[in-house]
Design a protein around this ligand. Sequence first.
Ligand SMILES: [Zn+2]
Ligand SMILES: [Zn+2]
Ligand SMILES: [Zn+2]
Length: 414
Amino acid sequence: MSGNDAFNRSSRTLRSPPPEGRPAMEAVQGTPVAVAPAEAPDVVSTTEIQKWISEIEKRLSEICNIANDGKLNSEQKLRINTLSKSVLGGISQMAVQYQAVKQNLLLSQAKVNTLSLQNNLSTQLHELKQCMQAKVTTEEKQSFADMVRTGKSSAVVPTKSNSSIVIYPADKEKSSEDTKTLIQNLIKPETLKLHVRGMRKTKNGGVIISTDRKDDLEKLKASQQLQQSGLKVEDTTKRRPKIIILGVPTNMSEKEVFDCIFEQNVADLQPNLTRDIFMSSVKLSHKSGKKDLSTCNYILECTAEVRRMLIQQQRIFINWTSCPVRDFTLLTRCYLCHLYGHSAKYCKDTEPTCGHCGSSGHSFKECPKRAEPAKCATCLRFKKPSNHKTGDDQCPVKKNAQIRYLDSIDYEGA
Ligand SMILES: [Zn+2]
Ligand SMILES: [Zn+2]
Ligand SMILES: [Zn+2]
C-alpha cells in the first residue's frame, strides 16, 4: 500500500468483497480472521487470489486517499493507514494458508485415488484368488480316472463303467492268440448282441474281454459254446488304486508316517475304521523324490475306501506338517523297449530301443539321428503314425495304455 500516507475522514470497517461467492474474511480491529473454504467443491487458482488481493489493495488505497483528502487529524489518518495495512497483511496470510490447504487437498485427493485404485486391485485379486481356488479344488477333486473318463485329457473317451472277464485255455501250452481265435470261432457277438470294447492278451495264454455293459459279461458267461469249450472264464481282479502323498519328512520312519496318517487323519473321521483294518488297507508301494532332500513322496497302494477318504481331504496331516494327497496314475514305461505297463527290470527285450528315432540296437545317447525330428518308439513298434515324441501325452498308444491302466484299477470298491 505504498504511496498512501495521508488519512482523512472517519475510519470505516473494511468489508472486502468476496469474489464469486467465496467466503468472506473479516478484519476486526486489525485482527484478520480467515474463514477456510471448508465445503468448497473446487480449488481457487493462485491468479484468482492475486487478482482478489490487488482488488482489495486498490480499495484500501482509495480509502487512504479519501482519508488523506478529508479533515481527519493525523492520529485518525495514521489509524486508517495502520488498519488498511493490517487488513492487507491478514489477507496475504490467508492466501498463503489457503495455498497450503489447497496443496493438502490435492495430496489427499491423490491419496484417495491411489487408495481406491489399490482397493479395486485388491478386490480383483481376491476374486481372482477365489476363482483359482475353486478351479484348483475342482481339479483336485477330479481324479485322473475321471479326467480320462470325461475325455478331458484324452481324445479317446472310454465308455461308462468298465467290465471285463478273463478267459484262459484248458491247455496251458496254448498261446493267447490261440485262445482268441478259439473264442472268436465260438462266440458271435451279433447273436449275443454284445458291445465288446476290446480284447487283449494276458500271461498264461489268457484273453481279457472288456464290454460296455455288465450284462454282456453275464451273457458271455452263460454261453453254452463257451461252457462246453473247456475254456476257463474268470472275473478279472482289479488292482488297488495308488495315491501319492507329497512332502513327507524323510526323518520319519515308515511306521511313524503310517501311525500319523491313521491317528491324525482317519481315527476321528472314521471311528469304524480300526487301526488294524486301516493298516491292512494301505501298503507302501514305493517312495519317490531326490535322496538328499528333507522330504520325499510316499506312493501308497490302498483300498478304494481309504483312497476316497484321503483324496477327499486333499491334504493330510503328518506329524507337524500337512501334505497334499493325489491319485497316483503315473504309467510305467520301460526305458529299454518303451512299452507301457512294465519296467526295464521285467523287460523281455535284450537290446535297447532308441527313444528318439525308434530304432533298436542303440540307446538315446548313442542315437545318430538326434538332429532329426523325434519319432515315437512305441507307435513305430505298432506300425502307427509316429511323428511325435516317445511318451507324448497325445500318443495314441500311451492314451490306450492309460485307459487300460485306469480300467484295471478298482476305484469303486466293493
Ligand atoms: Zn520293456
Ligand atoms: Zn536312435
Ligand atoms: Zn506314440
